[in-house]
Every structure is written in structure tokens, then in C-alpha cells.
Design a protein around this ligand. Structure first.
Ligand code: ATP
Length: 460
């Protein structure tokens, strides 16, 4: 379900150790978050599923892990130093800062984020009377100025390239573009082929009000797919379809909660751009961008580096710069989407309530919980430990002997554990355990010798 409020998700995340505010004991650092014990498991599962689907699932897609620090010229070539900015306005009264396009949207005025500073100021001036500061309610704003999102580091620039600082990368795909030639030279890939990368990116985001949806440090999952110029729109449409289906079939997202957003105003080099949007508690917002980028990226790097980045086609004997289709998403946004989608508050027959995450087993942080019925009966605890040790080789499991069984089920439901196994006196007498299903809450007796096969059929 996605009709829940963001506060319920934030509170579950903190209470159960999915997400913490960064440096919380020092008052926190805005728009930066840490992933706790269950959060890191869920995030790892998100990344693994993506990697498996793209890299293991295609014999023409390879992986890459490029560095966060890059030569300063990369960002000049990519256009980030000149153009990677958001329109910033500041409330003169309370000094809160906002994105002008977001403030205008709240006043019912549609702005295009690619507009120039002048265009923004004109539009903002036309509608100034409608725009109210969300923090203090006043209507007194500065002029709009373009605010660059690149985060500078003070790493020494030993490249001799001049005054440019070394940035923390603003997106992971530049590492792919600058390694395109290395990968061409060291593999036998021919067009079309893809390079996939998962890694951190950093942006000086102006506003940070939607939990992990927009953070200043985040992880991207990016596929850059290199194609012949004549085939880019066909490949683009094919990737659009694949990525849409991935969310529905692989991650279990309901079609009703997804929609396409077509970019009407394209960057001058782009051929087509669509976003997949999810219905978050705060409305439909982007989780992934799928763009046909033409030959812009490689041409720019060829121009700025002076290194030839073209491709010789052994069949047509033509030489050209490949075009790129990109599919780019964020781990944090997918994480938040999965929580919103999986979250349920359910009334139980005994009048009590449970919070449950109906996550697909492949995504669940813990796959199997193991409970000895009573913690003060050493023979039950020893048997439960023995079974836990057998299962932990196959799946991420959790051992819990604290509180009554009902409470232990509730704890596992809240973190989305698909199966719980209880070891009781029947286990000692007849070698059977009780397996309880998270979604149906039904319980089944399973012989210990068949337990791994049973769980495999359910989980794998
Ligand atoms: P937005 O318009 O929401 O700022 P964007 O169009 O700038 O996003 P891209 O540069 O296309 O985003 O990045 C690709 C993906 O990376 C996005 O679809 C999103 O999932 C993720 N992403 C981008 N910026 C952030 C951020 N600040 N925090 C978390 N995830 C992000």
C-alpha cells in the first residue's frame, strides 16, 4: 500500500534500525543518513537484485567500480561546472533556502528546472504575490540565482590543470564514460554493450525535506548502454520497457503506483527522456531516469581529453562515436519506495494490531527467524541453536529468544521477515518445527530434515 504518511515510515526506520540521522549525537547533519543493521541488508539486497538483473542477466553488460575523485576536467567536459545547478531563493525574513521551481509549484505555477536564471527571475517576479515561505509564512524572497550542486573537496589537485578544485562526483556515470575506452580495449565487447556501476554520488541539494528521497550523499545505480547512432531510439524504447517491468516483476511494485513522466524540454543533445515515478506519500516523484543522450558525453570527453573515443564497426566498416542510452536510479529512493509499498498496519482477529512489511523474500533484510519456545529450557535453546547454525549458511537469519512468541512474530513482521521457525517440545520428541508465514500468518509443521528444502522452495 502507498497511502501512508511519511512519518510512519520514518518512525519505523528509526525504531527498528533501518535508517538513522547521520551524526545524530551531535545534532545530526541535514540530508545525510546512515543505514542501520536492517537498512544495510535491505540496501544490499536492492543493489544485488539490480546487479544480477543487468550484469549477470546480459552477456553484453559488464560492471565497473570507478573512483569518487576524478580529474577536475571531467566536470568541465560534462558541463557540470557550467550547468549543474538548481534555482535558489532565500526567504529574507527567516533565511530558509528553497528551490524556486518547488516554491512556484506549491503556488500552482509550473516551472521548468532547465530554465535560465533570467527566465526564473521573470517567472518568479510574475507570481511573487502567490509564493509564501513554507517556514515562516512571509512573502519576501531574494532574487533567484543558479546554485551549483557540485561538492568541492580540498584534495590537492596534482594534475596541473589549474585552479579547479577536485570535486566529489556528482553522478557515477562520468566514471563510466571516462573508462569506456579502457573497457573497449580490455574486453572483446562490440556494440551494443553496457557498463553498469553502483556507487556514491554527492550533491549540494538546496532543500532536504523528504527523508531519504533527496539526500546530499546518496548511491546511484547506473547503466550506460552504448549503441549505434541509428539504433538509439529502438534501444531506448527497449530499455524503457525493461526497466518498467523490472519494478513490477522483480521488486513487486503495483502498476497503480508507477507512472511515466515525459520530459518536454530536453537538453540540446538529448533525443528522448522519461522518468519512472512512484507514488510516494508526498506525491508522484522520480525514482529512475531513462534517457537517450546522443553522442554528447563521449564527444565532450573526446574534445576535452584529446583522446579518440570513437568506435570502428567491423561489420559496416564505419567509424563513429557511439550513442548512449542511460538508466539511472537511486538506492535511497528505491529503498523508500519499497518501504512505502510494503508497509501495512493490520487488525488481527484477536483485536490487536500489527505493522508488517510485505517485502518480497529476495528483498527482506532477514529471511528466517529462529525461536526456541522458552529461553529457560536449555534443551530447546540448544536445538534451536543447532537449527539456526544450519540455516545461517543459506540465508541471513536471526535468533530470538526474547519475550513470548506473539511478540517475536510482531518484531519480525515489522522488519518483513518472511518465515519464522519455532522449536518446541514437539521438535525434541518428533523432530518437527513450526514454520509461520509472515503474510498469511498460517503455521505449518515441517520435519527438520526437510526444513532447508521447504524454505528454499519458498525463498529462492
Ligand atoms: P531530481 O530531479 O529529483 O533532483 P535528477 O533528475 O537530478 O533528480 P538524476 O541526476 O537523473 O536525478 O539522477 C538519477 C537518479 O539518482 C534519480 O532518479 C534518483 O533516483 C537518484 N538521485 C538523484 N539525486 C538524488 C538525491 N539528491 N538523493 C537521492 N537520490 C538521488
Amino acid at each position: 500500500m502507498s497511502d501512508i504518511d511519511l512519518d510512519s515510515l520514518v518512525s519505523l526506520c528509526k525504531r527498528r534500525g533501518f535508517i538513522y540521522q547521520s551524526s545524530e549525537i551531535y545534532g545530526g547533519l541535514a540530508a545525510v543518513y546512515d543505514y542501520g543493521p536492517y537498512g544495510v541488508e535491505l540496501a544490499n539486497n536492492i543493489k544485488q537484485l539490480w546487479w544480477k538483473d543487468l550484469v549477470y542477466g546480459h552477456d553484453n553488460i559488464v560492471g565497473l567500480d570507478s573512483a569518487i575523485f576524478m580529474h577536475p576536467k571531467v566536470w568541465r567536459a560534462s558541463g557540470h561546472i557550467a550547468n549543474f545547478s538548481d534555482p535558489l531563493v532565500e526567504c529574507r525574513h527567516c533565511h530558509s533556502r528553497f528551490r524556486a521551481d518547488e516554491l512556484l509549484a506549491q503556488a500552482g505555477v509550473k516551472a521548468n528546472e532547465t530554465m535560465s536564471e533570467n527566465e526564473f527571475n521573470q517567472l518568479f517576479d510574475d507570481y511573487r504575490h502567490l509564493v509564501v515561505c513554507p517556514d515562516c509564512g512571509q512573502q519576501n524572497f531574494t532574487a533567484v540565482r543558479r546554485f551549483n550542486l557540485l561538492v568541492e573537496s580540498n584534495l590537492g589537485d596534482f594534475t596541473g590543470s589549474g585552479a579547479e578544485p577536485v570535486y566529489l562526483r556528482g553522478e557515477t556515470c562520468q566514471g563510466i564514460y571516462v573508462n569506456y575506452k579502457n573497457i573497449m580495449d580490455s574486453t572483446r565487447l562490440q556494440l551494443p554493450f553496457g557498463i553498469a556501476q553502483i556507487g556514491k554520488a554527492f550533491r549540494n541539494e538546496i532543500t532536504a525535506r523528504q527523508f531519504i528521497f533527496r539526500t546530499r550523499e546518496f548511491e546511484q545505480m547506473e547503466l550506460q548502454y552504448f549503441v549505434k547512432p541509428t539504433e538509439d531510439l529502438e534501444e531506448f524504447n527497449q530499455w524503457k520497457e525493461q526497466r518498467w517491468n523490472y519494478y513490477i516483476n522483480n521488486l513487486g511494485i503495483s502498476t497503480n503506483n508507477l507512472q511515466w513522466h515525459k520530459h518536454e524540454k530536453l537538453a540540446f543533445y538529448a533525443k528522448a527522456a522519461f522518468d519512472i515515478e512512484y507514488k510516494f506519500p508526498f506525491g508522484f516523484q522520480e525514482i529512475e531516469g531513462i534517457h537517450a543522450r546522443g553522442d554528447y558525453d563521449l564527444s565532450q570527453h573526446q574534445k576535452y581529453s584529446g583522446v579518440k573515443l570513437d568506435y570502428y564497426d567491423p561489420i559496416s566498416h564505419e567509424t563513429f562515436i557511439p550513442h548512449i542510452v542511460e538508466a539511472s536510479s537511486g538506492v535511497g529512493r528505491v529503498f523508500l519506495m519499497l518501504l512505502a509499498e510494503a508497509y501495512g498496519e493490520e487488525n488481527l482477529p484477536d483485536g490487536s494490531k500489527r505493522i508488517v512489511l510485505h517485502l518480497k523474500p529476495a528483498l527482506a533484510p532477514i529471511k528466517v527467524a529462529v525461536f526456541p519456545l522458552l529461553r529457560n529450557r536449555p534443551e530447546l535453546v540448544a536445538k534451536a541453536r543447532e537449527i539456526f547454525d544450519q540455516l545461517k549458511v543459506h540465508w541471513r537469519c536471526e535468533f530470538d529468544d526474547n519475550g513470548n512468541i506473539g511478540k517475536r512474530y510482531r518484531r519480525q513482521d515489522e522488519i518483513g521477515t518472511p518465515y519464522s521457525v519455532t522449536i518446541d517440545f514437539d521438535t525434541l520428541a518428533n523432530n518437527v518445527v513450526t514454520v509461520r508465514d509472515r503474510d498469511s500468518m498460517k503455521q505449518e509443521s515441517i520435519n527438520v530434515n526437510e526444513l532447508i528444502a521447504y524454505l528454499s522452495s519458498k525463498l529462492n
